[in-house]
Structures are given as C-alpha cells and as structure tokens.
Write a protein of this length. Structure first.
Lengths: 475, 219
C-alpha cells in the first residue's frame, strides 16, 4: 500500500487542532458519493456535502486524537488511499480554502494561511464553488441558478479588468469593490481570501440528538414536566458526552391536547451539556412562555456543537461559569424581562441616553495585583467627573425663564429636585434624526444647573414641544 | 490540635465560623478589600470595600453616591472582575459611567422599574450565582418607608450569602439601610460642584468634589 505523500505548503498549523481552532478537511473525487461520505464519517460526524464529488468535514476536534493538522491530513489521506484511488484531500482552517485546494492539488495539501495559499491560484477556480452547489445551502434550485449566473457574470467582469489570480482579487480595496460590484463582489473577494461564506451545515445524515416521550396522562403544570424533561435530557447529555459535543440550541416541541404543537427554541450562549442546567433553562423559558393547553407528547432535540474546552488559569480572576451565567440571566430575564438585564453598550450616536442592551458575557482577564501600600491618609479630596442619574422617561417640569435663562424649576412631585437656580451652564443645543422623520428625532437645549435645594441637575427644553424636562440628577 | 482549633475547623466546615467573634476574618488580619479607585476614600477605608461583606453608601441627592458607585464598578472591572448593578429605579447612565472608565462589557445591569422587592430577588440571584467582584444594589430613589418595610432578616441573608467569598456587596441609599458586621458605611455630604468657565455659555460642570465620611465598620 502506498504511503500518501503530501504537499505541505506550510509545515504545520501550530496548535490549531489542539486549541480548538477551526480546521476543515475536504475530500474530492469522481467516485460515487457514498465512498466519500463513508470515508468522511470515519473521521467526523460533522460533514457537509457540496455536490456529488465534494465533502467537507469538520476535523477541529481531532487534534487530541491524531495530533497536529499535518498528522490529521496524513491519516485521512492514508484512509482514502486504502479505500480508493484518486481521492484528493486538503486540510485548511476554512472550508473554502480546503475546497479550492483539492481542485488544484492532486495530493494531500495542508495549509495554515488560507489567503497566502490561495493567492497564486487562478481566478477561474471560483467557478468550482458554483459548480459544487454554491455557498447558500437551503437555496431553492431557481435561487441557486440565479446566484450562479450572477457570480459567473461578476467573474467575467473581473477577468475583463485583467485580474487573473485569487490574490489579485483579494488585494482590491473592499470599499471601491463594494461600490462597483455590490455585496456579490465582496462575497467573491472573501472567498478569494479563503474566508467562508457560511458556517458548516452538518449533513442531515449525521446522528441526531433527539428524544421524545408520549405521556400516559396529559401534563398541565411545570413541576411534573420537569421530571419528564430530566428523563429526556439525561440520555441526551450522555450521548453528547460520548460524541464530545455540547448543545448549541434546544428545540422543544410540545404536542398539546388540543392537537396543536407548541414549540420553543433556546439558543444557548455556549455549547453545554449539563442536564440540570439545560432543564433549568427550559423550565425558566416555559415559565415565561407557558403552553396554552395540557401536554400530550414532549419532543426534545439538541443542535450539537463542538464541546467547549476550558483552560483555567492561576493568573485570571475566577468568573461565573457559562452555565451559571446562562441560568442567572434566564432567571433574571424571567424576573424583570429579557430586555432589562444584560450589558449596556453605547451606540454610535449623539442621541441622549443612546445605548443598547447586549448579552452579558464578561471576559476573563489576568488579575491585577492591588498596590501593596495604602495611599496616605491625608490625601486630597476626591474630585471626579459627575455621574448622571437619568430619569427614564424625562420628567416634565415647569420652568420660569428670565433673560433666556432658567431661574426657577418646579416639579410638583415629592422626591424630585426643585427650587431657584443658583448656577447654570448652557444652553447646549443638540439635535438629530430629523432626517428620518417620525418620533425618533430630537432637538433640545440642555442646561446644567445647581438648584437652591443643593441638587445638581440636567434640564432641557424640547424645541419641538416647547416644553421643559428634567433629564436627570448629577449624583 | 487544641479543642478550640478543632471547634473552629468544624464551624468553618459548616460555614458558621463567624459566629465566633475571634474567628471572624477581619480579626485574623486576613481582610481582603476591593479598592474603590478614589485615593482619599480608599485611604479612609484602609484599602477599599471589604470583600465578603455587605457595605453601604448613603447620602442626600447630588452627594456623589452614583459617582462612588460608578468609580468602584470601574475599578473592579479594570481589575478583570465581573460586576453587577441591580438598579431598582432604572437610573444608571452608561454614558457617564463609561466616561469614568467603566468597561461596560464587564457589567451585568439589571433594570427594574421601581419594585424594590423584585429587585431584591434579583440581588439575591446574582449573589447566589457567585463569581462577581462587586455587586451593587441601588435603592437610592426608593422611598425610605418602603426600604424600611423590607424584612430585616433580608440583609442578614444577603450578608450570609457572600460571607467568605471574594464578592463585595454595596447598597446605595439616601439613609442607613444595613451592613454586615465586617462591612462599612460611607456617608456622603453634599458634593461641591466644580464649574469651569465664567460665562453661562462657556461654563461646564466639570466635576464634583466628594465629601465622604466613613461612619461605621471595622477598619
């Protein structure tokens, strides 16, 4: 049996397989598709077919079993040679690079830098991606044909521009390319750089993590349902562990006594397989979104994803685990509402109070040792920038204006600041979103004032409504 | 092993060690603190807020309570810790806090709509989850009678949850609420505004000078 030789364009992908980075292998052959699929399933359950002669498999997790990327490639090439002649194998950090390299390299090729490896290849190679079946699985046949025609026209245009290699297309400025070719041009440039247009969508033939139970008696409360969920989740968690996978999403389908189906989908922040955590998350979700009738049949399916590998560090602060945070945010979401807990993130706008809520996902960082010595006891008084306590919504107030300045503020409500204005700064005019129309526009004059009751406030006059509001109190 | 040491070990295993006053962490020289990031206040607190304890910041409106809170959150987030704020009245302003250096990605912000009892449940959930460096509970705009109506054992339970952990818990209010035996009370007098510029149109509220007093706690 011949030992498959390799074209190692770059000697190795340092630590890529071991550290959990993405790594894909592509098998290409003119043999019947069953041969490629059987070969691919020997190495990974996560594989995607591209036409009859091309299969891409996710080999990210094989590092611990087979070693670095070249070793994985050698093992696959050896198995391919044992099975049939003429199967091309490429291993790369992206699916696109692996697919393109199998077209040009008859022998095993392993690359670390997709862009560098693809740069000298001819531009017409991108036609292969169209012939393979495109990058948008799930497209209708008509949609795929239209996409193929558009892509072919773009490639013809590139050739008229004098571009001959993928590297030349990759080097074009993205802004100018977008102006001339639109999103389709940018997509082709990304492919020329070896980037993936879409994540790997596992072949439906891969194992499914699914459990169902037909209940003898309908269930109309969450407490008995929790026992049923535990019975479903325990074997699923075991199956996930055997496959070295975690659940990325939970699909819960409840067939109700009124013969309708009530479905919930939980997207998890990270792949996890602790059955207690999964059950808690499902129950919390059902608490917020209860089924409208008693339940007859419970079906639970998990979307598998590569398991999370956690390396703890002595130098990093202990942070709440992903499972703990998922449970905590689910509980808080059930308590105050999903949109009212998370991390604030400022948005790029001058709009007052411009922020959005995002999922809370703190990063573990190296612990910083506090200074050994305490500062001197006679330190100067702390002077820091004022922090606003913002009223949401702003409080309407009555303001006496003299000489264009606010001199008296009356709120008429207990617990809110009011009095004569001792000191003031302003007005600072701000406006925006008038070009959008509707209620999103704002136009106001802001004042920072000190009131006789000792309060420091931000006051503004809405120029559209011609009314005064208390924006907040500096505290 | 002496009988006393044996009893202390057994109590510690059952998380009952602080029932012996002499076994309390602050009496053993093992006091861990979370610096607030304000030099004078940290000096007065001998380093910062005690970890594993419930402390409070109190004072009148515009005294700088939110400024102390935002600075403490920023300092903790800067040390790489996860921080949380249970905001009972939804008053927190992310723009001001970020201007003080708070990394907002490290902050879990729970925005209630004024229901102190519900916010208290949120605080309990966050403390039970653990792993946070600083957890603050803002009761500033909740009327004092409502705060006093919360059952007193509530605060004992909260203090018990974080006991011995690395979490510093902080209550914000207009007047004294509660603190654990090892916690501190920081009372703020009305802050002095620092205006810049002479004319109205050139003037800015640049900063506030805080006037804190540490009025309670074992420092």
């Amino acid at each position: 049996m011949r030992n498959p030789s390799s074209d190692a364009l770059t000697p190795s992908i340092p630590g890529a397989a071991a550290a959990g980075a993405s790594l894909f292998a592509c098998l290409r052959s003119t043999r019947p598709p069953g041969v490629l699929l059987d070969l691919a399933r020997e190495f990974s359950p996560r594989l995607e077919r591209y036409g009859p002669g091309c299969v891409v498999l996710d080999v990210s997790g094989l590092g611990r079993l087979l070693g670095e990327a070249p070793a994985i490639g050698e093992a696959i090439a050896q198995a391919a040679a044992d099975r049939a002649a003429g199967i091309r194998v490429a291993v790369a950090p992206t699916q696109t690079a692996a697919r393109l390299l199998t077209v040009t390299h008859p022998r095993l090729v392993v690359v670390a830098d997709p862009a560098a490896a693809l740069a000298p290849l001819p531009l017409r190679l991108l036609h292969t991606l169209i012939d393979d079946g495109g990058n948008a699985p799930g497209d209708s046949a008509a949609g795929a044909a239209a996409r193929a025609r558009t892509t072919a026209a773009r490639l013809a245009m590139f050739q008229r521009w004098g571009l001959t290699t993928l590297g030349e297309l990759a080097a074009l400025p993205a802004d100018a390319l977008s102006e001339r070719m639109g999103q389709e041009g940018l997509l082709l440039q990304r492919l020329a750089r070896g980037a993936d247009a879409a994540p790997l969508v596992p072949d439906p033939g891969t194992p499914r993590f699914r459990q169902a139970i037909d209940l003898d008696w309908p269930i109309d409360a969450l407490e008995p349902l929790s026992f049923v969920l535990a019975r479903l989740l325990d074997p699923l968690a075991e199956a996930l562990e055997r496959a070295d996978r975690g659940a990325a999403a939970l699909h819960l389908d409840l067939r109700l006594v009124d013969r309708t189906t009530f479905g919930r989908v939980l997207q998890l922040p990270s792949a996890m397989r602790d059955p207690k955590v999964l059950r808690t998350l499902l129950l919390l979700d059902l608490e917020s979104h209860p089924p409208p009738a008693a339940i007859d049949v419970v079906t639970l399916e998990l979307d598998p994803a590569p398991a999370r590998i956690v390396q703890y560090s002595l130098l990093e602060r202990a942070m709440p685990s992903v499972e703990t945070l998922a449970t905590l945010t689910a509980r808080l979401g059930a308590l105050v509402g999903d949109s009212r807990c998370g991390s604030p993130a400022l948005v790029d706008t001058y709009r007052p109070d411009g922020f959005e809520m995002r999922r809370f996902a703190p990063e573990a960082r190296a612990a910083v040792t506090p200074p050994a010595a305490a500062p001197p006891a006679a330190a100067a008084p702390d002077t820091v920038g004022p922090v606003l306590r913002r009223f949401r919504p702003a409080v309407a107030v009555r303001v006496v204006v003299r000489g264009g300045r606010p001199v008296q503020v009356t709120t008429g409500r207990r617990g809110l600041p009011e009095g004569t204005v001792d000191q003031q700064a302003g007005p600072w005019r701000t406006s925006g979103a008038w070009w959008d129309g509707g209620g999103a526009a704002w136009d106001r004059d802001e004042w920072e004032i000190a009131l006789s009751d000792g309060s420091l406030c931000r006051l503004f006059r809405d120029r559209q409504l011609d009314h005064w509001f208390l924006d907040g109190v500096f505290d | 092993m002496g009988a006393r040491a044996e009893i202390e070990l057994l109590l510690k295993a059952s998380r009952l060690d602080v029932t012996l006053t002499s076994a309390a962490p602050w009496r053993q020289g093992g006091r861990e603190v979370a610096p607030i990031g304000l030099a004078a206040l940290d000096a007065a607190l001998a380093g910062g807020l005690p970890r594993g304890q419930l402390s409070e910041v109190i004072g009148p409106r515009s005294a700088g309570r939110s400024t102390v809170l935002a600075t403490a959150l920023a300092a903790a987030a800067g040390r790489g810790e996860a921080v949380a704020l249970i905001d009972t009245s939804d008053r927190f302003d992310p723009v001001s806090a970020e201007a003080l250096g708070l990394d907002l990605a490290q902050l879990l912000w729970v925005r209630d709509t004024g229901d102190a009892a519900r916010a208290l449940k949120g605080m309990n959930l966050v403390l039970q989850a653990g792993g946070f460096g600083l957890v603050a509970f803002d009761l500033t705009d909740v009327p004092s009678p409502l705060v006093r109506r919360l059952p007193h054992p509530t605060w004992l339970r909260l203090a018990r949850v974080i006991e011995g952990s690395q979490t510093a818990a902080l209550l914000l209010g207009a007047e004294h609420i509660a603190r654990s035996p090892g916690g501190v009370t920081i009372a703020l007098d009305r802050a002095r505004p620092c205006w810049t510029g002479a004319a109205d149109r050139a003037r800015l509220l640049g900063a506030v000078a805080l006037r804190p007093r540490v009025v309670g706690g074992r420092i």
